[in-house]
Design a binder for this molecule. Structure first.
Ligand code: FES
Length: 292
């Protein structure tokens, strides 16, 4: 069970693995994710199911190797099995007929966007894709997003490919010319916040996917709380899709920064030969927010 049947390098530090997981492949819907543990004793990480192959009973996961667990997953060879996968988790995305949907993604957000864009297209919507990255090397899933989009725009911050600039520059131009039914954004928090602010100026509905730190991914630990319309709710069970106009991005940034501080603290301790368990860091992180 959970055998890796294929593995690909998609961009700098970004890999795709196709894992045999028949029950999940049968049930998962666009927007849902799995919690994966590469080897016994590893931390669990949430990863969006990007696509499924019902014939081979596989799920495709795309991730950036930026920590111990993603590094371990990326280093597992083809035909090796993953220790455990829980899922599908989270709420499926609500796919509606909206006319023109602008799908905006930066970095690995393209992996989360692909199943969403496909689902909106299947529902009969017209798709304009905007994908961005810092450099051409970091751009991912361009070919797949081209296929699903009626029109696509690509930006790189350094101008190494297509248009120099950021995705929101393109969005402003599109909404000035087109009647947009929905804007959907996934990626950096600042980008999503700006997209929602732009959408607000023209009263356009906006959806985002939030990726807070998750521990159990099942609604029990409280790590993934996000503030939506003034209320704290759990991204793992109620999300990851939210109405962008209701998200408190400032609160979300504070929570994410607290995690970064905890990570810094952990690497500092490891460098000084004082091993610290991930759970200790998370307990500290949770204690900051519990009850808030
Ligand atoms: Fe624990 Fe969401 S990850 S409650």
């Amino acid at each position: 069970m959970f055998e890796i049947l294929n593995k690909q390098i998609l961009a700098e530090d970004v890999k795709r693995v196709d894992i045999y997981a028949p029950q999940i492949a049968r049930k998962v819907r666009p927007g849902q994710f799995v919690s994966i543990c590469p080897e016994e004793g590893d931390e669990r990480i949430p990863l969006t199911v990007v696509e499924t192959d019902e014939g081979r009973s596989t799920i495709a996961l795309i991730f950036q190797e930026k920590g111990d667990t993603t590094g371990k997953l990326g280093s597992l060879p083809i035909h090796e099995s993953v220790f455990s996968i829980l899922g599908p988790l989270g709420q499926p995305a609500k796919i509606e007929k909206c006319g023109l949907v602008v799908c905006i993604a930066t970095g690995v957000g393209s992996a989360q966007m692909l199943p969403i864009a496909r689902a909106y297209r299947k529902e009969g919507n017209k798709i304009i894709g905007i994908i961005g990255a810092k450099t051409k090397l970091e751009l991912m899933l361009e070919a797949q997003m081209r296929i699903v989009s009626n029109k696509i725009f690509i930006t790189t911050n350094d101008g190494s490919y297509e248009r120099r600039g950021v995705v929101t520059d393109v969005l402003k131009e599109i909404i000035a010319k087109e009647k947009v039914g929905l804007i959907y954004a996934i990626g950096a928090i600042d980008m999503m916040q700006e997209v929602v602010a732009i959408a607000k100026q023209k009263n356009i509905p906006a959806k985002v996917q939030l990726n807070p730190v998750m521990v159990d991914c099942m609604g029990m630990c409280g790590a993934c709380r996000v503030k939506i319309a003034g209320e704290l709710i759990l991204a793992c069970t109620d999300g990851p899709e939210f109405d962008g106009h209701k998200v408190d991005f400032e609160d979300f940034k504070v929570r994410m920064n607290a995690l970064k501080e905890s990570d810094k603290c952990r690497s500092h301790k490891l460098q000084h030969n004082k091993p610290t368990e991930g759970s200790t860091i998370l307990t500290k992180f949770l204690s900051v927010f519990r009850g808030k």
